[in-house]
Design a protein around this ligand. Structure first.
Ligand code: BT5
Length: 269
C-alpha cells in the first residue's frame, strides 16, 4: 500500500499551487436550499460551465444515495459541483472514489484521523475511539442524453461542528469532535477545492486504474462488510479494489466483486 503522503509527492501527483484553477471559478452561495445537488443539476441543465460550484449554509432536503436523507444542520459544508467531463457512463462510478480521496486528504491535512469506506463514505480511522463513525459522504449523479453524459454533479456533505440529529449520535461525528477545532465551512471549502480538482483531473487522465492504489492506501483496512442484496447477506472482508473500482471482498475464502448495490460495514471484531 502507498501511504497517502508518499502518494501526494509522486511526480504528477502533487497538489499544485495555492488553490484550484478551474473548480469554483463560478460560485453560487446560498443561505439555504433543498439540496445543493438539485440546485447544481438545475444550473447544469441551464448551461452552467465546468467547475461551477453551489454551496448552502443549510439544506432542508439533503440527500444521500438511494433516497436516504443527509442531515444538513448549520455549521456543516454542503457543496455540489457541476463537471463537464469527457467520460462515458462506465467512468462515472470511479469519480466517487476520486472525490472520497480528496475529502480524505483534506481532512487528514486538518489533522483528522479518517479513512475511506467503499464506495462513498469518509469515516473515523480504526485506531481511534470513534472508529467507524461517518463524517462525510459523497453523492455523484450524472445527467445524460442517451449514451452521452452532459454533466456530472458531485455532491459532498461534511460534518464540521455539532447540530446532528440525535438518531445519528452513535454513527456520525464531526471534524470539531475529532480535532477540537471548529472550522468555518468556507475555510474547509478553500482547502478542499485543490484536492478535489487534482483528483478529478487525475481520474479524467487515467481512469479508475490510476485511483486504485491511492484509494486502497486510505481505506479502512480489512473491514468486515456484509453484502446486503446478495442471497443470505454474507459477511466478508474487504480486500481492496479491482482495476475498474469494484470492491473485492473475501467471503469464506472466495473473492467476490461488488460493483453496485449496498455494502454495509460490520463493527470490527
Ligand atoms: C451519502 O449517502 O453519504 C451521500 C451524502 C451526500 C450529501 C451531500 S450534501 C451536498 C449534496 N447535496 C445533497 O443533497 N447531497 C449531497 P449515503 O451513503 O446514502 O448515506 C446516507 C446515510 O448516512 C443516512 O442514511 C444516515 O445513516 C447517514 N447520515 C445522514 N446524515 C448524516 C450526516 N450529516 N453525517 C453522517 N452521517 C449521516
Amino acid at each position: 500500500m502507498v501511504p497517502p503522503a508518499a502518494e501526494a509527492r509522486r511526480p504528477g501527483g502533487a497538489i499544485g499551487g495555492d488553490g484550484a484553477t478551474w473548480l469554483g471559478r463560478q460560485r453560487i452561495t446560498l443561505d439555504a436550499c433543498g439540496s445543493t445537488n438539485d440546485e447544481a443539476a438545475r444550473l447544469a441543465r441551464a448551461g452552467a460551465s465546468h467547475g461551477t460550484i453551489v454551496t448552502a449554509a443549510v439544506q432542508h432536503a439533503g440527500r444521500g444515495r438511494l433516497g436516504r436523507v443527509w442531515a444538513s444542520p448549520p455549521g456543516g459544508l454542503y457543496l455540489s459541483a457541476v463537471l463537464r467531463l469527457p467520460l462515458r457512463s462506465v467512468d462515472v462510478p470511479p469519480v466517487t472514489l476520486a472525490v472520497g480521496i480528496a475529502v480524505h486528504d483534506t481532512l487528514r491535512a486538518l489533522a483528522a484521523p479518517v479513512a475511506l469506506k467503499w464506495p462513498n463514505d469518509v469515516v473515523v480511522a480504526a485506531d481511534h475511539a470513534l472508529a467507524g463513525r461517518k463524517l462525510a459522504g459523497v453523492l455523484v449523479e450524472a445527467q445524460s442524453s442517451g449514451p452521452r453524459i452532459d454533466a456530472i454533479i458531485v455532491g459532498i456533505g461534511l460534518d464540521l461542528d455539532g447540530g446532528l440529529p440525535p438518531e445519528l449520535a452513535a454513527q456520525a461525528t464531526t471534524l470539531a469532535a475529532l480535532t477540537g477545532v471548529t472550522y468555518p465551512p468556507s475555510a474547509v471549502l478553500e482547502r478542499l477545492l485543490p484536492h478535489l480538482e487534482h483528483w478529478i483531473d487525475r481520474t479524467v487522465a487515467g481512469g479508475a486504474d490510476t485511483l486504485t492504489a491511492a484509494w486502497e492506501a486510505r481505506m479502512v483496512p480489512a473491514a468486515r462488510v456484509r453484502l446486503v442484496g446478495e442471497a443470505g447477506a454474507p459477511v466478508g472482508t474487504a480486500l481492496g479494489l479491482d482495476r475498474d473500482g469494484a470492491l473485492r471482498v473475501d467471503v469464506g475464502g472466495q473473492v467476490r466483486r461488488v460493483i453496485a448495490g449496498e455494502v454495509v460495514l460490520e463493527p470490527l471484531a
